[in-house]
Ligand binder design. Structure first.
Ligand SMILES: [Zn+2]
Length: 455
């Protein structure tokens, strides 16, 4: 058991001073508020950790590789995807682990204390199954364990090459699984992770583009038998072309089609959902599902802008993900989410929620609560029975100077300067102290070696 006294803690009541927090031996908050002379004082502003609901770890190693012109006709998501598919061809299990460990340390330093890893690199470089069907998944879990980040592992069902049951192309051969192979993988991981509060298994039919209706149906039936509460994540309507092709093949827009053909509820997280019409926006908001928004990736790939203002008016829930990991910063995701909306609407403080309300506080609050729901983890607030996942902000950081309590989260999100996240705790263990991880030198060395092999 550990006891801390937080100088300033952000709770549902707003900022609270001198909050005593007891953490049990399994890493859960077991008591709040009782005065205790033994409690170790923690200086600074303490927030619940920010969940990162969508990551493809291996893509971290391709950051900076896709920013040269590739096509005389104009580059798009689809030309980016060709480069990404080429990049992944030679990646080994050792590379996967080395890249993910470096990424997860970066995430912790950036304020993410849990990650949803949308894991679709299943097969070996020739497209054959590994002897151990969970080989690549174990590497993700090992990297998360070494870094100390909470993991919701979302193995992906990737069935076909595209709409109309298109054949898998060369670049997709490492991703594809039969539904039976996929369910077997979920079974293996669920049994192994059982009882470990740092690990959770969810599922991810890749998209309505890569998983046809009959396979989606079989997948959801199979999941219900293994774990009826498992988080379900799916990419949807990221590109205008996704909407156009879905209309052509299914006669309906993708989000409307999904809401008509699956029981979408609060277990679900729809990644991107960028291109929604008004009907889809309202319908999605009322399901209780989370919209998984990835503003820096969506900007990098030229996806478009999610209709956030309308979605919030309809009571929609959302969280953020670092997706392709071109940027690994919770602050940057939140800032870009608001800035995209300001640019398109030519107005300000879109997410604040009303006169006198803080935009920064609303952004952090929604992202923490929505991200916790999407990852299916007992996190998202400083409350008894939730995980002891915290970030500690340096009160002396220049961005906070002269700002009052009501402005701290605005300064966190919108003021610039060095990273103000000083310490990070996950499950009651300090994983970042004074901006450093205990294994960061060795983890970075292995990452550099992996990049050298892949370059
Ligand atoms: Zn994605």
């Amino acid at each position: 058991m550990k006891k801390f006294c937080f100088e300033k803690a952000w709770t549902h009541q707003g900022w609270v001073s001198e909050l005593n927090v007891t953490v049990d031996d399994r890493g859960y908050i077991s008591n709040l508020g009782d005065d205790d002379a033994q409690a170790k004082p923690i200086r600074g502003m303490i927030l619940p950790g920010i969940p990162n609901l969508h990551s493809h770890a291996f893509q971290r190693a391709a950051a900076g590789l896709t920013e040269h012109g590739q096509s005389g006709k104009g580059d798009t998501f689809w030309t980016w995807r060709q480069v990404m598919h080429r990049f992944v061809q030679a990646l080994t299990p050792e590379d996967q682990e080395a890249i993910a460990a470096q990424l997860y340390v970066e995430m912790l330093k950036a304020g993410y204390t849990a990650v949803g890893e949308f894991h679709y690199l299943h097969r070996d470089p020739n497209g054959a199954a590994y002897a151990d069907p969970a080989e690549m998944a174990w590497r993700i879990a090992a990297a998360a364990g070494r870094a100390g980040i909470g993991l919701t592992l979302l193995p992906v069902l990737y069935s076909v090459g595209g709409y109309g049951g298109a054949k898998i192309n060369h670049g997709q051969r490492r991703f594809v699984l039969e539904t039976s192979e996929f369910l077997n993988l979920i079974d293996i991981l669920s049994a192994d992770f059982d009882g470990n509060p740092q690990l959770r298994v969810g599922v991810a039919p890749h998209s309505v583009r890569q998983v046809p209706a009959d396979k989606l149906h079989d997948c959801l039936l199979g999941i219900a038998e293994i774990d009826a509460t498992a988080p379900i994540h799916i990419h949807v309507a990221e590109q205008i072309r996704d909407v156009e092709e879905h209309l052509r093949w299914a006669g309906a827009r993708p989000v409307n089609w999904l809401l008509d053909n699956a029981e979408v509820d609060d277990r679900w997280c729809l990644i991107h959902a960028t291109h929604l019409n008004e009907d889809e926006t309202c319908r999605l908001a009322t399901t209780g599902a989370v919209a998984g928004l990835c503003p820096t990736t969506e900007a990098n790939l030229g996806d478009g802008l999610f209709p956030l203002a309308h979605f919030l008016e309809a009571g929609g829930r959302w969280g953020v993900g670092s997706d392709c990991n071109i940027s690994v910063s919770a602050i940057e995701e939140l800032r870009w989410l608001e800035y995209g909306q300001r640019l398109i609407s030519r107005s300000r403080n879109i997410t604040s929620g009303g006169v006198g309300a803080s935009t920064g506080a609303r952004l952090v609050s929604d992202a923490v609560v929505g991200g916790a729901q999407a990852l299916g983890r007992p996190i998202g607030a400083i409350e008894v029975d939730l995980r002891a996942d915290f970030i500690v902000l340096d009160a002396d950081a220049l961005r906070f100077h002269g700002r009052n309590e009501a402005q701290w989260l605005d300064a966190l999100v919108f003021a610039d300067g060095p990273n103000p996240i000083r310490d990070v705790m996950v499950g009651g263990e300090w994983v970042i102290r004074n901006g450093h991880h205990a294994d960061e030198i060795e983890i970075e060395r292995a990452f550099r070696a992996a990049i050298n092999r892949l370059s």
